[in-house]
Design a protein around this ligand. Structure first.
Ligand code: MRU
Length: 349
């Protein structure tokens, strides 16, 4: 498969289209976004998901929410843009790329002097730049990531940090795609990733379509595949990394990291610099999204999977403490501990 065939967010003509990831792998259906509410719901309901792809959707989303403004007053246009951004930013709390992309769009707009039509053009171009930069950044992370791996290695993944979660290639799946081009013959084990099954529905789908050898396992099987000696490295993405190197990623990631340490397996977190939040000092300060308990009780079967009225707790992410992360792979290079110091140095690069 050509990776260009899977595009989570795209602009075709004047249409903003989002691939509905809740329908994968059964159906490949694009939804047209015409209002800010469409974009908000697409992000909240995880039709578009994965930190970088959420950032891309937010950029284009801001543009499509404002393009029909028919006034000529730039100040009023700016105020409207800030209001739309204040609305969109609340769609999901954990992935920092959402606020990062919106802040970047607004900063460009606030600096702009000219007509409203010029401002609209500028917003579209900035959104497009965010998408293109993400693609380049993922490619770079893939190249750096590949230097940590050897042909034939067994790799464990959690959630989906692939092409579906980004503009192209993915973050932690990027080295697997680049390795595939070089006939590295990785053996990938994909955690299914309850409750939304991004591993089963998305990672297993996109890797197998690309011809990568992938075996799906349930989340509670990570320990046995490590114990069997089948895993040489764990590769995961990140939704927000604090300044001290603690990284929030899909729920269950921290457990995998703890297991990896126990078995002496390197644990690599792939973090584009757009996902590093220097304003958040440590992982405990990261807001963890709590999702509807129905995802645990009734999402995947026609009959309920749990007693009616049962109490639920459904955090969507957890924080992997920096001490469990062997290295952080960014588009600017690989960062090793001490993270507090070395992530600061990266900022200046
Ligand atoms: O709830 P999701 O599907 O948006 O969670 C996605 C993840 O946790 C990914 O691993 C993370 O966003 C990195 S994507 C390159």
């Amino acid at each position: 498969m050509n990776l260009s065939e899977i595009v989570p967010v795209k602009f075709t003509g004047d249409k903003m289209l989002v691939l509905d990831q809740t329908k994968l792998p059964g159906e490949q259906k694009y939804l047209e976004m015409t209002t800010k509410e469409d974009v908000f719901v697409a992000i909240k309901k995880m039709k578009v998901r994965g930190a970088p792809a959420i950032g891309v959707a937010a950029g284009y989303g801001l543009y499509i929410s404002l393009r029909d403004y028919d006034g000529t007053n730039l100040n009023e246009f700016r105020e409207k843009a800030h209001k739309v951004a204040d609305y969109l930013v609340n769609a999901r709390p954990t992935a920092v790329n959402l606020s990062w992309a919106l802040k970047r769009m607004l900063a460009r707009l606030d600096d702009f002097r000219g007509s409203v039509s010029g401002a609209k053009k500028l917003l579209f171009e900035e959104a497009d730049r965010i998408r293109k930069e993400d693609e380049q950044s993922c490619r770079k992370m893939g190249e750096y990531g590949l230097t940590l791996l050897k042909p034939g290695m067994g790799i464990l993944t959690h959630c989906n940090a692939g092409t579906l979660a980004t503009a192209k290639y993915g973050t932690s799946l990027a080295p697997l795609y680049l390795g595939q081009e070089k006939n590295y013959r990785f053996r990938v084990f994909a955690d299914e990733t309850r409750p939304a099954l991004q591993g089963a529905r998305l990672t297993a789908w996109e890797l197998s379509k690309a011809g990568v050898d992938v075996t799906l396992i349930c989340d509670d099987m990570a320990s046995i595949v490590m114990k069997n000696g089948w895993i040489d490295a764990v590769l995961v993405g990140c939704d927000r990394m604090a300044a001290n190197g603690d990284g929030a990623n899909k729920i269950g990631t921290s457990g995998v990291a703890i297991l990896a340490k126990e078995y002496g397996i390197p644990f690599y977190m792939f973090v584009p610099t757009s996902t590093i939040d220097y304003d958040t000092p440590k992982g405990d300060d990261i807001e963890i999204e709590l999702r509807d308990g129905r995802e645990i009780c009734e999402m995947w079967y026609k009959t309920r999977m749990a007693p009616v009225g049962i109490k639920t707790y459904n955090p969507s992410f957890d924080v992997t403490s920096a001490e469990y992360i062997t290295a952080v792979v960014t588009e600017k290079g690989i960062v090793y501990p001490p993270y507090e110091e070395n992530l600061q140095k990266l900022r200046e690069k």
